[in-house]
Ligand binder design. Structure first.
Ligand SMILES: [Zn+2]
Length: 267
């Protein structure tokens, strides 16, 4: 005979078993969800940590073997005193250039000067001569010693100044890339970015004003990137010509406090 016990469960114990099974199924489903969720979060943090590992390195620069030569300037230990004193002079010149153009320089970024390819890579430069990194807790400007010049330093320091005025959130979310780069380009006097503003193509200015994200401002073509920088420089130069530096900064503050960039600057 077939055992009937499983079929002869009274209703109460049947409900009990079913409840337990449902609970088991639910807890398995929950467990699975938790595992997937945990996996996604772990992957997210792992990839974020990898993508932003240079920011993690930068945030621990004070505990590295870099020489801290002032409150916020760190120099690769491979560079000698003569070399880093020259860098200090260049940083001062860069700040003066920003003051001459915008009236003031109030940012206090952590400046890291790298001297070796390993450190350039570790602190996020890769093949680039200089970069500014905005972390929620700090602004960092990293420059390769070998590529140092006032144009480059002034450009990157101006990014730090823009972030200083706007604050981290508005800087990341409310300012189009062409405008951020155009502001930095006002203090970048390199020959290839020179032009006559009166005869600069209006079409080029209109073209660059739709490049609002880093992903469409920078391309795979160096020539195109130079065109974008030139057009961004011209576009912001036109805007700056309408206002005094104080008014211009105060307009940025309005964006910081929640107004739309487009309504403040009519762009
Ligand atoms: Zn830039």
């Amino acid at each position: 005979m077939f055992p009937l016990r499983s079929n002869t469960l009274n209703n109460a114990s049947y409900r009990g078993v079913m409840r337990k099974r449902t609970c088991d199924i639910l807890s398995n489903a929950m467990r699975k969800k938790w595992l997937i969720g945990f996996g996604i979060v772990a992957l997210f943090f792992a990839s974020t940590a990898f993508a932003y590992s240079h920011v993690l390195w930068l945030s621990t620069i004070a505990y590295s073997d870099f020489k801290q030569i002032s409150d916020n300037i760190f120099i690769d230990p491979e560079l000698n005193k003569h070399e880093y004193e020259r860098i200090l002079t260049l940083i001062d010149e860069s700040k003066s250039r920003i003051r001459n153009t915008y009236g003031s320089f109030t940012a206090l970024p952590v400046v890291v000067i790298t001297g070796t390819p390993e450190n350039a890579k570790r602190y996020g430069l890769g093949v680039f001569p200089g970069k500014a990194f905005a972390a929620p807790w700090e602004e960092y400007v990293v420059v390769k010693f070998q590529a140092d010049n006032v144009d480059l330093l002034a450009h990157e320091l101006m990014h730090a100044q823009t972030r200083e005025i706007l604050g981290y959130w508005a800087y990341q979310t409310r300012i189009p890339t062409w405008f951020d780069e155009g502001m930095a380009m006002q203090v970048d006097f390199r020959e290839r970015y020179k032009f006559n503003i009166e005869s600069f193509s209006k079409q080029e200015i209109n073209r660059v004003k739709v490049l609002s994200r880093p992903s469409n401002f920078w391309t795979d073509s160096k020539e195109q990137d130079i065109k974008n920088y030139r057009a961004a420089k011209a576009a912001v130069q036109k805007i700056l010509s309408k206002y005094s530096p104080e008014v211009f900064y105060s307009m940025l503050l309005e964006v910081r406090h929640g107004k739309q960039f487009s309504s403040v600057f009519n762009e």
